[in-house]
Design a protein around this ligand. Structure first.
Ligand SMILES: [Zn+2]
Length: 497
């Protein structure tokens, strides 16, 4: 078996029980196959394994691969013609988006993620039209792109069986529209009307198909309370119980969703999904902006995670999640870039910096996250929200070899006072340009600006060439519908909040 020695001036192996970073000076990782076989002083490992091929060396800092714990699409909605809107208005706005081939689309954001140190993505596939075969074929295209570029993916097809445009029945929405809009709107919604048992069938099909694929794992994503009937929540909970699959659920992203939960259940959304047995240590809540203190306490007590989507909450006017309350309650918090970060890309280092900076309320003693907490969110806690939990997110013998090497002189150029702790410097100053090498499962996927297995320039040129063509008739019709539905959707929510 070929062995690789990953050498760095500082190896951040993970975080201690108290949350303090654990850093090995002059360390190395011995990688055999896709696994870390040993971690120790570089000199000793080099002497013991003279045959090992070496990467890294002086001036490098090694950290566990980053995890983007909430992701949906490649090219961003903004790029494809949908303006940022408050979430509920963004649903019709998104009909304006151009279509992109799923392989090219997935590679586009995989390039951005890898180049900013992301080795694992939680890919929540929100919208796939057609029957079960069409949905599985689209999943195959997405997962094929991740394996092609050499990135790890936790994949789920997001389950939904109702309320596809507003927080009320599709039929009622269609009936409320002017006659000329009813047919096209119904036809659009019908494309996403796969029955729930067939949606859960997609989960089982993909689990069987990708069981032996080391870079892929399949989990469940009940998309959000309003999108799921009671029967669908029940079916999802039973599938999770039977398979032990982790569950990632958008919940309480906006104040309108809080109001919806109150109207439907008479209580909070989290308390309601708890009735189905969904709130446990396999659950991750995406967003959770509008959870009550009791909800946060319940999530902490059950061992569930939060995925904090900082940029998305800002861009879609969702509100600001009380990150400090989650941290104080001891909830493991992951970070997700969602559909796009504040630079309209998937730069995980930028997202970490945003989360570090946004949650600093006034007052000398008001709590705020530390850089170490932020880096732990982007590594160990992100890992905990995927089926790879316990095998990624730290650098230790027996863990999968997902490693990022940073060019430290590039991070600190031309000067950084050495009194500043390494993790603070990393989170505050590291830019994607300082990511030197990204290893996923023992294989180098990205090094010095180039992808090992896919030609980025060729893929980008293909995207540019395709989208430069005029849109199809179907795309033009959807764009027209996006404009026409905006008023009725806005009207529906009047007086809600
Ligand atoms: Zn999302």
């Amino acid at each position: 078996m070929t062995a690789t020695l990953v050498v760095a001036d500082h190896v951040l192996t993970g975080f201690g029980p108290d949350g303090a970073p654990e850093i090995l000076e002059g360390g190395a990782l011995l990688v055999e196959g896709d696994t870390i076989a040993a971690v120790g002083p570089a000199e000793a490992l080099r002497r013991a394994h003279p045959e090992a091929h070496q990467i890294g060396g002086r001036g490098r800092v090694a950290i566990p691969g980053l995890v983007n714990a909430h992701h949906h699409v490649g090219l961003t909605p903004f790029q494809l013609g949908a303006r940022d809107q408050p979430l509920e208005l963004w649903f019709p706005e998104r009909l304006a988006m151009r279509d992109v081939d799923p392989r090219l689309d997935t590679l586009y954001s995989a390039f951005e993620m890898l180049a900013s140190g992301v080795t694992t993505v939680q890919h929540l596939h929100s919208r796939a039209p057609g029957d079960a075969d069409a949905v599985v074929a689209r999943a195959d295209a997405v997962l094929g792109a991740y394996t092609e570029v050499g990135m790890r993916a936790s994949y789920s097809f997001a389950l939904r069986d109702q309320n596809r445009m507003i927080y009320a029945a599709d039929e009622a929405f269609v009936a409320s529209l002017p006659a000329a809009l009813q047919g096209p709107t119904a036809a659009y919604l019908d494309a996403f009307a796969l029955p729930l048992d067939e949606q859960i069938g997609v989960f089982h099909t993909l689990r069987a198909r990708y069981g032996a694929e080391p870079l892929v794992a399949i989990q469940l994503a009940p998309s959000n309370l309003h999108w799921l009937s009671d029967a669908a929540l029940e079916g999802t909970a039973r599938a999770a119980e039977a398979t032990g699959a982790p569950v990632h659920m958008h919940l309480l992203e906006t104040p309108y969703q809080k109001e919806y939960a109150q109207r439907r259940t008479g209580g909070t959304a989290l308390a309601f999904v708890d009735r189905f047995g969904l709130v446990n240590d396999r659950l991750t809540i995406g967003h959770g902006v509008w959870m009550t203190p009791d909800d946060v306490a319940m999530l902490a007590e059950r061992g569930g995670c939060l995925c904090h989507n900082c940029s998305s909450n800002l861009r879609l006017k969702s509100g600001t999640a009380d990150l400090n309350a989650y941290l104080a309650a001891g909830v493991p918090v992951a970070l997700g870039i969602d559909e796009a970060g504040i630079n309209d890309d998937r730069d995980m280092l930028q997202e970490m910096r945003l989360a570090l900076t946004l949650h600093r309320p006034a007052g000398h003693d008001a709590p705020c996250p530390t850089a170490a907490q932020i880096l732990r969110m982007a590594t160990e806690h992100g890992a905990a929200t995927t089926p790879f939990a316990g095998r990624i997110g730290r650098l230790a013998p027996g863990m999968l070899a997902d490693v990022v090497l940073l060019d430290w002189p590039a991070v600190t150029w031309p000067w950084q006072d050495p009194s500043m702790p390494l993790v603070d410097v990393l989170v505050r100053r590291a830019k994607a340009g300082a990511v030197e090498t990204v290893m996923v499962g023992g294989a180098v996927a990205y090094r010095q600006g180039a992808f090992a297995k896919v030609d980025r320039q060729a893929v980008l040129a293909e995207i540019a060439g395709t989208l430069a063509q005029p849109g199809s008739a179907a795309e033009a019709e959807r764009r027209r519908l996006a404009g026409a539905l905006m008023g009725p959707v806005r009207d529906f929510y009047r007086g809600w909040v």
